[in-house]
Ligand binder design. Structure first.
Ligand SMILES: O=C(CO)[C@H](O)[C@H](O)COP(=O)(O)O
Length: 224
């Protein structure tokens, strides 16, 4: 219950950054869904914005609430992108992709002028790696990638859902990688990005401008 309040308070604070006429990136996950619901209320009250969704789930929710949506390719700019995170540090580095939407989320973060992350207080960490790192991988190579990661000393699990291999919006698989013993996270990102078949990682190391974290009944901000 407290976690829900923290998420809601962070979402409420984040939407105060949205102005009439903006193009808004819509993140994925439970915290982003709260933000989209609040945005739906503002749109119903006359706010004029266009959203760009980071997942089919967020797209469906936004459509249901009457939020006008644009495909990314039809936007000239995304003024503000609001998304959640699975883990963050005070250095504004993140692990994302617990909900499987990391690829589109990372694309939106890259093309946005301002990136705001909204979380509850359980997501704050001294160093990344408490949460397994999601990797979006091409199914054709998933077993090869699992083996190569194992040879590097990294254990990974193929994500499952209802007894079947989980599929992303792009029909790819997700490997959840234990990086708790890996010290140099930047070096790890470079290694993973160089492996054929890994489409994207859930490491968001340089894209975030502001984290708004709900804690109890308060919100705390971490910025560059
Ligand atoms: O990266 C994500 C989805 O791919 C989410 O932002 C992340 O999993 C946080 O979700 P929640 O707000 O439900 O805790």
């Amino acid at each position: 219950m407290e976690t829900e309040t923290e998420k809601l308070n962070a979402a409420k604070k984040a939407i105060t950054h949205i102005e009439n006429g903006m193009v808004v990136g819509l993140g994925s996950g439970s915290t982003s869904s709260l933000m989209i619901m609040l945005l739906g209320e503002l749109v119903a009250d006359g706010l004029q914005i266009n959203g760009v969704a980071s997942s089919l789930k967020s797209e469906q929710l936004a459509s249901k609430l009457g939020i006008p949506l644009l495909p990314l390719n039809q936007t000239t700019t995304i003024d503000i992108n609001i998304d959640g995170a699975d883990e963050f540090t005070e250095e504004l580095q993140l692990i994302k992709g617990g909900g499987g939407a990391l690829l589109r989320e990372k694309i939106l973060a890259h093309y946005s002028d301002l990136n705001i992350i909204i979380t509850d207080s359980s997501k704050k960490s001294e160093r990344l790696g408490g949460y397994p790192l999601p990797l979006e991988v091409i199914p054709f190579a998933e077993q090869k990638i699992i083996k190569e990661l194992k040879d590097m000393g990294l254990a990974s699990n193929l994500r499952m859902e209802e007894g079947k291999v989980y599929r992303t919006d792009q029909e790819n698989s997700i490997l959840d990688l234990d990086v708790s013993n890996w010290d140099d996270i930047e070096a790890l990102e470079n290694l993973l990005q160089a492996m054929p078949g890994i489409v994207e990682t859930g490491l968001f190391l340089n894209s975030t401008d502001l984290v708004i974290m709900g804690m109890g009944n308060q919100t705390f901000e971490f910025k560059k």
